[in-house]
Design a protein around this ligand. Sequence first.
Ligand SMILES: Cc1cc2nc3c(=O)[nH]c(=O)nc-3n(C[C@H](O)[C@H](O)[C@H](O)COP(=O)(O)O)c2cc1C
Length: 330
Amino acid sequence: MQNFFSFLDPELAHNLSIKFLSTTGSSPFNILYKQALNHSPISVMGIEFRNKIGLAAGLDKNGEAIDAFDAMGFGYVEVGTVTPKPQPGNLKPRVYRLKKSRAVINRLGFNNKGVDNLLKNLKARRSLIPVGVNIGKNKSTPIESGKTDYLECMEKVYDHASYISVNISSPNTENLRALQTGDLLNDLLSSLKEKQHALASSSGKYVPLVLKIAPDLIVDELRTISEALKQHQFDGVIATNTTVDKTSVKGEKNSEQEGGLSGAPLCLKSTEIIKTLHQLLGDEIPILGVGGISSVEDGFEKIQAGAKLLQLYTGFIYEGLPLIRGLSRL
Ligand SMILES: Cc1cc2nc3c(=O)[nH]c(=O)nc-3n(C[C@H](O)[C@H](O)[C@H](O)COP(=O)(O)O)c2cc1C
């Protein structure tokens, strides 16, 4: 879809695409992108997925086009990152294409319309595919009290989410990634887990909790995170978010832009993180693999490395519908 608008500013192209998809998703016009696929179903975290390939967080931040992504053949959609209050994000321009490398650099900074608006869209969807909700904290909330934002979002979306993913790995919210280490991590995970138990018993529905991590972690940090995931009995982990390491795209136009790099140059790095995580976690905690998947082979390598499910963002922007078609058979 965005190929169609690729001559435009990337964020404008994105907004036009979401608008188009949200108005056509459950109408006969979805014939323009609807695909009938040979799915390869799988059950992970107690959820049935028709195939392993999901839409990664950030593309449909406000959950406006879930029906359209269902029509395209995705096995699941992760909406968000959503924050308790709406917020505008960083100054524009803040999204850059690196066409030669089939990559993107973004520093959006959790621009979104807030959790109440997302909830309205979740309730209005027709699609029955699993929907994960990715939650974060507002820029104005200090990092030390960040967990209150995560708890508020979790409580509000709980009844309408298939799983909830906890984003502590965006490079575009100051200090956010400090939550990936030490006492802040343990405190956050234990509070979320406690809330999950309370909500599960009041609603009678268990909604899995997964943690989304950065690709820029060293092995010791991955070890600490893995221990925390096991200790707090987290249900899954998403690896990875965008990277702040731009060495792989050095010299290319826009490569010096501040923000997180996604797309093809991230693929190997994120696969290595998945491999290490799988060595540390075994099959105890499922890994959702994301980062630079641009071909069926990339997806296959992430599964070989230990991922049970996959997600796409940048590869989908560049490769479009055929990539979903290929990956749905894995
Ligand atoms: C423009 C853009 C916005 C993103 N926004 C979010 C976000 O709000 N929350 C999040 O967890 N990840 C976000 N991501 C990261 C993606 O979900 C994904 O983890 C990352 O881009 C690596 O996958 P990819 O190489 O397939 O894009 C964003 C990525 C891009 C390119």
